[in-house]
Write a protein that binds this ligand. Structure first.
Ligand SMILES: *[C@@H]1O[C@H](CO)[C@@H](O)[C@H](O)[C@H]1NC(C)=O
Ligand SMILES: *[C@@H]1O[C@H](CO)[C@@H](O)[C@H](O)[C@H]1NC(C)=O
Ligand SMILES: *[C@@H]1O[C@H](CO)[C@@H](O)[C@H](O)[C@H]1NC(C)=O
Length: 897
């Protein structure tokens, strides 16, 4: 019998383990006292080293010019006292000096020494209690500045070494880490630090899979003892942190750190007489005249005298960038980023002042966008001083504030609680605000449940869910509808039972709204119950369903990887006798869309078709239907794909339910960023072609638009409700001018993190992305000529800035990126219902320019030195007209011939 692979791997593991164990044994067991071979920091010895600590910042590309500095110093480590394995080490960091990159350096890209405040900082000896490699205590002179203390903690952390191979938790200048030790030779051991966390620092991170900010960190420390194993010959610590956007990973910044400690000489010194470590410390304290304070190895943030901006003043200086007419372009997005940052630090009074200033009247709505993202106690209180949710005259500002609050990726639970309280308490909230408020609460609860500390928010999340469900229960008739949308925003699996009850037992309209909510929950929550309800609805097994319920059920079934049987049933349905030809056409196009993208689905569909000759002609099925489902790529880079997914469920030539979704994909994972939906009902009597399907429910004429932004649906915009309103529009032409339907400033990336570097510096990682957005539209209907035209235009200016920076008393360095693009998307629809219904849709996107700039800056506080390296990159994004399908092309030619 052949030896199996696993027995080989067993031998290999055994071999590796023995080898590793031996190395580990030689270097380390002796340090543990079993062997006289190695004695690190032997009491009565002083070892001198050179320390060389470098920090470099760049954009994470090959052969770029970085900025950065190094600090060198002489270090003397004296082992002054010992008891058992416990050693007291007295350490001096002598004459630390800053070196910076300079053109004057002897080698290109080299360093020269430069004066800095580092030379003036108080610098006393410090003490460390070291036991078998573990640092039990670090004691620092009381009077030192944080910059100096951090530098020492960074150095001290190098001396923390584990005495056997394996993985342990360690806390040092890098934070709380998992440290893994491996021996590489009898004198060399390598430590890898991973999963370092600094939970004590305030953090912000949008959890959205595409809008989050990722960081890859890599940290190693190599220890090498001399051949006689009596001292450490060198310690080399290297770390590399790359911060990047998952949506386009080449938008990135990097910081690299290297600490090298090299042996210079050793000598003998006097040993301290003391019976305890406390006594020994006391004795040094006396002779040196120093008061020591015990600290941990964790470095601390410096309180630097940052210039604090007043919100009011910053609004003054940026007012010109916040005009409503500029929404959809880049300018407001850039100003928005700055103002949200300032608003988060601003006081209530400062914000109130900006809100009540006459000069800000014209930009108030934009200010409420900003404050909705600030999400601080002060910002909310200031807003609530200015607006009253039950004030009939403040509908517009209230909605803008609530929208921003509902889009915010990291809502403040106290604000959610306050809004819930107002929702329950206020009796006279105008219906529009009432609806926006409950949709906001649903969304806030969902987003609170996605935060890392979600456990703390369980109560408010539950209270919101209960409120929505109770209100759904009590409400009558159309008043129920808003709560279905709130449940859609809530995304809570525990509401599925209630929603399915409405699917089965509710009115047709309630069923559609329940399906819309369930569909928004996404495939992960589409369980057995939902699948079986979807089968019943799509095939109308238990009752009559609204055609939108059927097409939504089709979406769910087709998007959940249906098994062969179900797929065959759906395909057979397409050639069956059901008269709902648009439902058939919809399902047909939906399968077609998936098969175009996914080879396995295509193969399965083809196999089923080959088995059944009647299906052979399935591409030509339901030729009367106009419904469509298609995907068009608008962005592609090695890290993600972006698509426009359009589905239109048609009825009598008019889109009854249509969406254009902006969807991002990364290696099979996809997520919708934005969805524009249109709906209409009861319009067939206007069109009255002979193709009209029979409808039982006599609907009132209505049409409107629904927007879902980052998984939050907002209150639908209704163009008209009822025949009278429609005719009013038609005759007065009110909708025939380009009119903004929705304008907003939105935050995309929202990230702030403080990263402890092993060398003692703390890097700030800050990324903010924003878009200024405008959705405008117009529609013209001519009953005389029996045609209608509509144009929907989406414009967005998207700006992102990100930086990694280190800011200390004596040096400031950073690498920064900024990107920007202005884009537009036009959806133009022409309907001609003169004889037969012709519908022509055109989806176009004009040329755009993507900019990606990189700035690297270095300054030395208190000196003239300033280094700045800039790089500007531009990429043209050519415009496109998305081809829709053959039938659409034919209809366009028919209309425009
Ligand atoms: C780091 O954390 C991740 C996720 O929590 C975990 O999967 C991984 O095993 C951890 N790595 C180590 C070395 O502990
Ligand atoms: C519909 O109502 C009936 C009778 O009240 C009930 O038994 C059934 O469970 C309901 N359907 C769903 C899906 O909840
Ligand atoms: C983008 O789409 C192409 C074509 O479908 C695919 O090959 C590629 O893997 C996708 N890229 C990512 C990052 O998902």
């Amino acid at each position: 019998m052949l030896p199996s692979i696993s027995s080989y791997s067993f031998l290999y593991t055994l071999f590796a383990w023995l080898l590793g164990f031996c190395y580990g044994f030689v270097l380390l067991s002796s340090a543990a006292g079993h062997n006289a071979g190695v004695r690190l920091f032997d009491v009565g010895s002083a070892v001198s080293y050179k320390l060389h600590s470098t920090l470099l910042f760049d954009e994470n590309e090959e052969s770029t010019k970085d900025v950065g500095f190094y600090i060198d110093a002489d270090v003397v480590i004296e082992a002054v006292w010992e008891n058992d394995e416990q050693r007291l080490l007295k350490i001096e960091l002598k004459s630390p000096r800053l070196h910076i990159k300079s053109r004057k350096a002897p080698t290109p890209d080299g360093f020269i020494p430069h004066w800095s405040k580092l030379e003036e900082l108080t610098n006393k000896p410090f003490l460390m209690v070291w036991k078998n490699g573990k640092i039990e205590k670090i004691l620092l002179a009381k009077t030192e500045e944080v910059s100096m203390v951090n530098l020492k903690k960074g150095f001290a952390s190098l001396l923390q070494i584990q005495l056997s191979e394996g993985t342990v938790d360690e806390t040092d200048a890098s934070g709380k880490c998992t440290a893994t030790y491996t021996s590489q030779s009898s004198t060399k051991i390598v430590k890898t630090k991973s999963n370092c966390t600094s939970d004590d620092f305030y953090r912000v991170n949008n959890p959205h899979e595409f809008l989050r900010v990722n960081r890859n960190s890599f940290i190693t420390v190599e220890y090498e003892a001399d051949s006689s194993k009596t001292y450490l010959n060198s310690i080399v610590a290297r770390e590399n942190h790359v911060m990047y956007l998952p949506i386009k990973e080449d938008i990135a910044c990097r910081v690299k750190s290297e600490q090298i400690l090299s042996y210079v000489s050793s000598e003998k010194i006097r040993i301290l007489e003391a019976s305890t470590v406390e006594e020994a410390i006391e004795s040094i304290s006396k002779t040196e005249g120093l008061i020591f304070t015990q600290e941990t190895l964790l470095t601390e943030r410096e309180s630097l005298d940052e210039e604090t901006h007043s919100f009011t003043k910053q609004v003054d200086s940026l007012r010109g960038y916040l005009d409503a007419k500029d929404l959809g372009s880049l300018k407001p997005a850039k100003a928005f980023i700055k103002l949200v940052t300032t608003a988060r630090r601003a006081s209530k009074d400062d914000i109130s002042k900006a809100l009540s200033s006459k000069k800000n009247k014209g930009i108030l709505l934009q200010l409420y966008d900003i404050l909705g993202y600030a999400q601080t106690k002060d910002s909310h209180e200031a807003v609530m001083k200015s607006i009253h949710l039950d004030n009939e005259n403040q509908i517009e500002v209230s909605e803008r504030y609530l929208w921003a609050t509902s889009f915010s990726s990291q809502p403040n639970p106290d604000i959610a609680e306050n809004l819930l309280k107002q929702y329950k308490k206020l009796t006279n909230i105008p219906p529009k605000i009432q609806e926006t408020l409950v949709l906001t609460l649903g969304s806030m609860a969902y987003k609170l449940g996605k935060l890392p500390d979600k456990k703390l928010h369980v109560k408010i999340i539950r209270d919101i869910e209960e409120t929505i469900l109770n209100n759904l229960d009590y409400a009558k008739g159309e008043n129920k509808f808003v709560f279905f949308r709130a449940l859609k925003n809530l995304h809570s699996p525990s509401t599925i039972t209630v929603l399915l009850n409405y699917v089965t037992n509710g009115t047709q309209k309630e069923g559609v709204l329940a399906w819309k909510a369930i569909k928004a929950f996404g495939p992960d929550l589409w369980d057995e119950r939902i699948q079986s309800a979807a089968v019943k609805a799509f095939f109308q097994l238990d009752r009559k369903y609204d055609s939108s319920s059927r097409t939504l059920a089709a979406d769910i079934l087709i998007e959940s990887q249906p098994n062969d049987r179900l797929l065959e049933d759906i395909l057979n349905f397409l050639i069956g006798t059901d008269p709902a030809y648009e439902v058939k056409q919809y399902a047909n196009r939906k399968i077609g869309m998936l098969a175009d993208e996914d080879n396995t689905i295509r193969a399965r569909v083809q196999k089923i078709i080959r088995k059944n000759p009647k299906l052979n002609n399935y591409h030509g099925l339901a030729p009367r239907g106009l419904s469509l489902a298609l995907t068009r790529r608008f962005m592609s880079n090695p890290y993600s794909n972006g698509s426009l997914v359009t589905v239109q469920e048609m009825k009598s030539g008019i889109a009854k339910r249509g969406t254009v979704d902006v969807v991002l994909d990364k290696h099979g994972f996809s997520k919708e960023l934005f969805s524009l939906g249109i709906f209409s009902g009861g319009l067939h009597s206007f069109i009255a072609s002979e193709e009209t399907e029979n409808t039982d429910e006599d609907e009132a004429a209505t049409a409107g638009m629904e927007l879902t932004v980052l998984e939050t649906q907002i209150r639908p915009f209704v163009f008209f409700n009822g025949q009278g309103e429609l005719m009013g529009h038609v005759w007065s032409g009110t909708a025939s001018e380009m009119t903004p339907a929705f304008q907003v400033l939105l935050m995309l990336q929202d990230h702030l993190e403080h990263l402890r570097l092993g060398s003692g510096f703390i890097a700030e990682l800050n990324v903010k992305g924003a878009t200024s957005f405008d959705l405008s539209g117009k529609i013209e209907i001519s009953l005389w000529n029996r045609n209608a035209q509509s144009l929907v235009q989406k414009s967005a200016g998207i700006a992102t800035t990100g930086s990694i920076s280190v800011d200390s008393k004596f040096v400031k360095s950073q690498a920064e990126f900024s990107t920007s693009i202005e884009t537009k998307l036009d959806l133009q629809t022409d309907i001609d219902f003169y004889s037969n219904v012709h519908l022509c849709m055109r989806l176009t996107q004009p040329d755009a320019l993507f900019r990606h700039n990189i700035f690297k800056v270095e300054k030395i506080p208190g000196s003239q030195h300033k280094l700045r390296i800039s790089k500007y990159k531009k990429y043209a994004v050519p415009g496109t007209t998305y081809s829709i399908n053959k039938k659409n092309n034919e209809m366009c030619s028919a209309i425009f011939s």
